[in-house]
Design a protein. Structure first.
Length: 621
């Protein structure tokens, strides 16, 4: 959940570190810090709050050096204070460490180190790792001059320390007496190494590297790397020295800029017509009236034999999985179960022999989703990833998968990744439908609907100014209900989540008919209800649900299709979106719901891109 950056080369380390930390702000954090190594001294600067606070601190007290680490922390152990911020020093300031993840047995190790005389200055589990490595370093005999491998002691002490840890980590360490090297290691928390000319970069994902290098090395679990300006050496816990593949880094620097928008969230909302085109590009086969995927890595015969899908995810991705459940069951007539990844990894439900797992994730690093995927793999089931980040851990560990091609999503509240995931779910529903009972003509109709979808989303974005006016009207309300049926029940859940995430307003999503089984007790003139009311088989039923709300004095905001003649007589405020096929309704309806959350949050003075307590990539349980 935190962000790590590192630099070793001939330039000033803090130039890259500050820029990199700013690019990692989207991951969520509450403090930031850097350490540089210069003339045999570790220079540590860290502050609670935003990276800008750190930048100001460095202006008053510069930290020179051509080797350094940076970190943004999301508090897990101890509050967001300067003392708990990273980097953490170990020993007699012999090393400095930054760490992502959670060390589950830190209390036992800390107690042991306290008995050995170690002094701790923070509440964190991460400082325990720093002190443990420093403790192991003290036991290493002094190396003879001219040693063949001057960094062998560093590898040894880090390996000994890691062997004592239980939990997850992505960590980077610099040592006072080895001023040319950074040692990094990972288990369950991502780390990458950027390859430059006479310099190397460390980061917890590829975004800080854009513009600095187009070459990247992905570190795998149980690997340690010694990184100098000239070389990278990778050592596996069980295999010793291993080769490392240098991959292409495919991130355009313009993709991580605001491009004139006031916030990344608004930029990403308006990027959705293009991200939907990217998700569809090359995946529609009109000749066969089906979808085409290049990365499932199973034959059509193997895929046709699948008689049950399990879709697993967290948060917004879980809502996209629910949309996928409706789509696949309707178009392919194959049973689908949607599981919270955090529950699936521990629940151990019985699975059919021909079960196929799809793990949905924007970042590809969500720890619960990764653990659920690994558990299903352990049981012998084929696993697929629906992911936005090329080279991410889930993308690499799944047996196959589909990339979203949505580009970097910086806003913590997911928008374009959600609609891209829904589009991929519709493609999977088409593909598996054509493998089973779906006719050629029906397949062509679905393709026609999908090809028109980007234009429909562009039309939905035209509601922007009207939605802003509605947001200004309702921004002072503190409770909302979001209601929809069938395909639009997941859209209601997602709309409520967006409002909660960025405006801190209590909001709940329900199937519209379930409202009368309890939530209707909340309805009064201070509780607006947002209804998603497209034309369809349950249209009249949803109208009746609106009547029930109005009878109790509740304000109603309704998202309706063009040409609707009935809802306007009931709703207090109307948002009109284009008419689309029923299975695409949640994609189009989600656009004004995203805008509504965005503008309500703005009116309330909230930080829409970096909402409190949230992180973009959740790499801890």
């Amino acid at each position: 959940m935190c962000g790590i950056v590192g630099y070793v080369g001939s330039g000033e380390a803090t130039d890259f570190l500050l820029e990199g930390l700013r690019r990692l702000e989207y991951r969520g954090y509450d403090s930031a810090g850097v350490v540089t190594l210069d003339q045999g001294q570790l220079n540590v600067t860290k502050t609670a709050g935003r990276v800008e606070n750190l930048s100001q601190a460095l202006k008053s007290k510069p930290a020179p050096g051509s080797l350094g680490l940076g970190h943004t922390r999301w508090a897990t152990h101890g509050p967001a204070t300067n003392e708990n911020s990273h980097p953490h020093l170990g020993g007699d300031q012999t090393l400095a460490l930054v760490h992502n993840g959670v060390i589950e047995n830190y209390r036992e190790i800390k107690q042991r180190l306290l008995e050995e005389g170690c002094i701790f200055v923070s509440d964190t589990d991460s400082e325990v790792v720093a002190q443990l490595i420093a403790f192991e370093l003290e036991k290493i005999p002094e190396q003879a001059p001219g040693a063949v491998d001057p960094y062998a002691p560093l590898v040894t002490v880090v390996q000994k320390a890691l062997a004592q840890l239980s939990g997850t980590y992505g960590l980077a360490v610099v040592f006072r007496d080895w001023p040319e090297a950074i040692v990094v290691a990972r288990l369950g928390s991502p780390l990458v190494i950027g390859v430059g000319e006479g310099e190397h970069f460390i980061a917890s994902d590829g975004s800080p590297l854009a513009g600095h290098t187009d070459k990247i090395v992905y570190l795998a679990d149980h690997e340690i790397a010694v990184v100098t300006a000239a070389a990278i050496r990778v050592i596996h816990r069980d295999q010793g020295d291993v080769g490392h593949d240098v991959k292409a880094l495919d991130i355009d620097t313009t993709e991580v800029g605001l491009e004139g928008y006031p916030h990344y969230m608004l930029k990403e909302i308006f990027e959705q017509p293009e991200t939907i085109r990217n998700a569809l590009r090359g995946r529609l086969d009109r000749d066969q009236a089906t979808a085409v995927f290049g990365g499932l890595n199973l034959t059509p015969q193997q895929l046709q034999a699948v008689d049950r899908f399990v879709l697993t995810a967290c948060g917004t991705s879980w809502h996209a999985a629910l949309v996928g459940e409706y789509m696949i069951e309707a178009l392919a007539r194959v049973p689908v179960e949607v599981e919270y990844a955090s529950e699936l990894r521990y629940r151990n439900p019985p699975q059919d022999a021909q079960t196929l797992l799809f793990a949905l994730t924007q970042s590809g690093e969500t720890i619960d989703t990764l653990a659920a995927l690994r558990e299903m793999k352990r049981k012998g089931y084929p696993t697929m990833a629906v992911c936005n980040v090329v080279g991410s851990t889930i993308a690499r560990e799944a047996d196959g998968g589909i990339y979203l091609h949505a580009g970097p999503e910086v806003g913590v509240a997911s928008t374009k990744a959600f609609t891209a995931q829904c589009v991929v779910m519709s493609l999977l529903a088409l593909y598996f439908g054509r493998l089973h009972h779906l006719s050629y003509e029906a397949g062509l109709r679905i393709i026609n609907d999908l090809e028109k979808l980007p234009e429909k989303v562009e039309k939905a974005l035209e509601t922007h100014d009207h939605v802003r006016q509605i947001a200004e009207k309702y921004a002072d309300y503190n409770n909302f209900l979001y209601l929809g049926r069938q395909y639009n029940f997941p859209a209601a859940l997602e709309g409520a989540l967006k409002l909660k995430e960025i405006s801190y307003i209590h909001a709940e999503g329900y199937p519209a008919a379930e409202m009368k089984h309890g939530p209707i007790a909340l309805v009064d003139e201070h509780t607006p209800s947002v209804f998603i009311v497209p034309q369809g088989v349950v249209y009249e039923k949803v109208l009746a649900n609106i009547e029930e709300i109005k009878a109790r004095g509740g304000p109603v905001i309704a998202v309706v299709e063009e040409g609707d003649r009935h809802v306007a007589q009931l709703a207090d405020d109307l948002i009109v979106v284009p008419k689309v096929a029923d299975f695409l309704q949640p994609i189009v309806a989600s656009i004004p719901l995203q805008l509504l959350a965005y503008h309500i949050a703005l009116v309330r003075g909230c930080d829409v891109d970096k909402p409190r307590n949230l992180a973009k990539s959740v790499t801890v349980e």
